[in-house]
Design a protein around this ligand. Sequence first.
Ligand SMILES: [Zn+2]
Length: 630
Amino acid sequence: MSTQQNAPLAESVEERNAVVRLLLHAEVLTAEQVCYARRVAAKLYVQRSLCDVLIELGYVTREQIHQAVQENQEKLRLGELLNGLGYLSDEELARALKIQAREDRRFKLGEILIQHKFLSEDKLTEILALQLGLPILDLTTHDPDVQLVTRCPLDYYGQHRFIPFDVQEGAIRIAFVDPLDARCLEAAKVYFGQNIIRCMVRNSHFDDWLIKAKDNAQTGVVSEDTRHNVVDIANTIILNAVQRDASDIHVEPMVDRVRVRFRQDGVLVPFRDYPVAVCAPLTSRFKIMCGADIAEKRRHQDGRLIFNHMNVQIDLRMSFYVTVYGEQIVMRLLKNQEELLPVSEIGMLPNMLERFMLDALDAPSGVMMITGPTGSGKSTTVYSSINYLNRPEVSIITAEDPVEYKVRGIGQCSINPAIGLTFEETLKHIVRQDPDIVVVGEVRDSFSAEMCIQTALTGHKVLTTFHTEDSIGCLVRLLDMDIEPFLVSSTVSCIIAQRLMRRICQKCAMPHQPDLIQLRRLGCTYGDLLGAEFQIGKGCPACNFTGYKGRLAAFEMLIPEVYIRDAVLARKTTHELREISISKAGMITLLEDGLVKAAIGKTTVDEVLRTLPRVHKPRPVHELRRILGA
Ligand SMILES: [Zn+2]
């Protein structure tokens, strides 16, 4: 009777000892065995851990415990593991956690255990290395790879307590002080990608290394470069940015260092940190290069230069912005003409591309609008379209701010308000140039919007860009600018909204299943994704361990057909316009286009979620693939 009462009780209460819990779960032990072992342990004069008692009773072996821990390490936290194995009593663990809470969680549990002498550092490192099967890297005999270390700020290492050590067979070995801390692991992945080998480092070795690295950063021996002069540093920065296909270089003075980051595939990636002493001479060097005033340090400045060094020639636009720690410099690397993409290569899926060429590009007149935020790849789409339309028998003329690519055979004008060459002035003159196609850099107010519409009304074709969230937003904004609905509905021939997503590195792509949280954020069920082949990049030297290389656009194309025209004239709401566009005008939303591109392994679900607006539940992937012909 009494055993029957005890047994279900033991099973229903969750086992406190995390290691024993794993063994119960793996069915190595039964609840009765654990119950019995606890009673035995309570009667012993010498305090023994539950695991030791279980071993002595012959219920489990050390190897089985070892195996259970290794197989389930992501489920264990440091305190639980030490407590479970009997290295830390319940009371000691509670005390250590209390100290951690009292000190505002400024220290990790491992640090507290060592500082407050619960365990020696050597003992702690050995237990973890043995139990988790991880190698211990010795910082006293080997220095971490400088190229890897400079990839991320020193404070970040201090905060997350890890060091990138070296590259082995394409994977980065990273040494963690606490290899069980999931947050530290995630933090390391942010800079070093998925493809990492977990290792361990002693707490004190880590601290010594960090102090030394910070000292070096201040006195100026952080890397090879700083021993050379600033001319070399400046050249190194630009050459590396060109080599990595970066679009911008950021040189940011901070309180204790100068941080250099590159914008690669739309995301800022740390390049190197330089000692603070380099800041002033480096700024002067860049100013000399681009013809800015080196004596002026209190005002923002601009400059431009053609960088020509070691067979690299690139057009750079520089901006110097005065901050509290010095001048922050941002350089844009302007692209050259040969990088113009044919329309077929801007990344539209087959059926959308066909419709874009037939109904938009080949239409004789009307306004084509490309919309999206800054950095969404609008210029690429505009220039590719210009390239497509550029034939000997047509005249194309542009008003741009500024001209980004030079295209042979067309009249391009850079707006320059400083000398009175404004948009207004230019647009008034443009129609007198007898153009067939007019390109207006950007619609920024109702004046330029009206100019575009008037130009289209007189039988021209107009290409322009706009700043709105999506294609429906573009229609609505035009109406909000007090342009007559009938003018909007009769002249706008095509609206393309777009965003850029990072492309998966082809060298390290591998299959991947989205998890439930991602599904929920997409607004999909597993059924909606049938037939999808999602992938992610594992990270490799080719992609700098980011898992991504290059970018591709997601498009939303709206061709205002009769249903949309009627809806615009009837001044329907944004929501109604969107419903009609999707159900009757064959519109694929940005999210849907992105989802299909993820489903065919070109980008990741994470990128889709990061970059695309989610206003409408996407249709099932197989249906979208049929519509898009992908
Ligand atoms: Zn890769």
